[in-house]
Design a protein around this ligand. Structure first.
Ligand code: ATP
Length: 289
């Protein structure tokens, strides 16, 4: 997978990591970014069963992105453990773990590389397999955009936000935020056979129609696979096998959409408020949680 966080020192004795069979367990996971920072996670207990989709929801700053970064070993729990079929992730080299994960992060990296390399990035076999890259781009709905670029998949993409400060001319083609988001999604589609799929706000920056389309594609991709999805669009994750509400650094609620709605707790409150926002044509905030 694409790495975009601070790397941890690899342990001296790595264990190999077998394909996921049972699931991933977070056991009393506590985490803070440093001793000077407040606790973000305060004893999270959670099981992500093999073959199921777990949706993480909750208010801003609740620790959802932090939790998935721990799953990828960008950080380790300050206390507690994360177990992959019983194997403590601390005993696994980060790159071994990440070979088993396909991920799209909120803060995904846009590289000054060609369109093809931006999709295949980090996957040597894929970078030599144009057909695979193109299929992933089609799945993510970005093939037509890329094919229309001056040099198609060989066109250099520009991140477009560093050049002015550095006093350099931007080279390459600028994509919109939503188009970049689809490039990031294509990376995940390319890695569809990985054991764990992580999608952190996969439709961020997309217009409502594109968002609906992307979520439908992702629902098909996720089906029968182990995945963790973060989204504030509760309607887009209501079909998840398990919905987990993170609040106050712990799992506050957990269940199916129907069960949580019937429970009348935080999830029911958030969902009802969002649904009401969509029904109200003149809702001033656009109804995004
Ligand atoms: N690299 C970091 N260093 C220090 N604090 C951080 C860092 N990243 C996140 N935080 C803090 O950790 C807390 C949890 O953030 P996180 O991004 O995990 O929440 P979230 O639930 O994903 O939020 P959102 O819904 O807004 O995306 C926040 O208070 C945030 O400020």
């Amino acid at each position: 997978m694409v790495t975009d966080g601070p790397d941890l020192p690899a342990p001296r004795h790595h264990k190999p990591l077998a394909p996921l069979l049972r699931g991933i367990e977070l056991r009393d996971v506590w985490f803070r970014y440093s001793d000077d920072h407040p606790w973000v996670l305060r004893g999270v207990n959670l099981f992500i069963p093999h073959g199921h989709t777990v949706a993480l929801v909750g208010r801003n700053g609740g620790g959802k992105s932090t939790l998935v970064k721990l799953l990828c070993r960008f950080y380790d729990p300050t206390r507690g453990a994360i177990l992959w079929d019983g194997v403590d992730l601390r005993d696994v080299a980060p790159e071994t773990l990440r070979d088993r994960i396909g991920a799209v992060f909120q803060d995904f990296v846009a590289y000054e590389l060609t369109a093809a390399d931006n999709i295949a990035v980090g996957d040597l076999a894929a970078s030599e397999d144009q057909a695979r890259v193109e299929r992933a781009a089609r799945d993510a709905g970005v093939h037509d955009t890329v094919a229309a670029l001056p040099y198609g998949y060989r066109t250099l993409l520009s991140r477009g936000f560093t050049s002015e400060e550095e006093g350099e001319e931007a080279e390459g083609v600028l994509l919109s935020g939503g188009q970049w988001q689809r490039v990031a999604l294509a990376r995940a589609f390319l890695r569809r056979d990985r054991d764990l799929m992580i999608l952190d706000e996969p439709s961020a920056g997309l217009d409502p129609e594109a968002e609906y389309e992307v979520h439908s594609r992702l629902a098909r991709l996720r089906s029968g696979r182990t995945s963790v999805v973060i989204s504030h669009r509760l309607g887009a994750v209501r079909d998840a096998d398990r919905i987990v509400v993170l609040a106050g650094g712990v799992v506050a609620e957990e269940g199916t959409h129907a069960a949580l709605l019937a429970g009348g707790g935080t999830y029911a409150q958030l969902f009802t408020r969002q649904a009401a926002g969509y029904r109200d044509e003149v809702h001033p905030t656009g109804a995004s949680l």
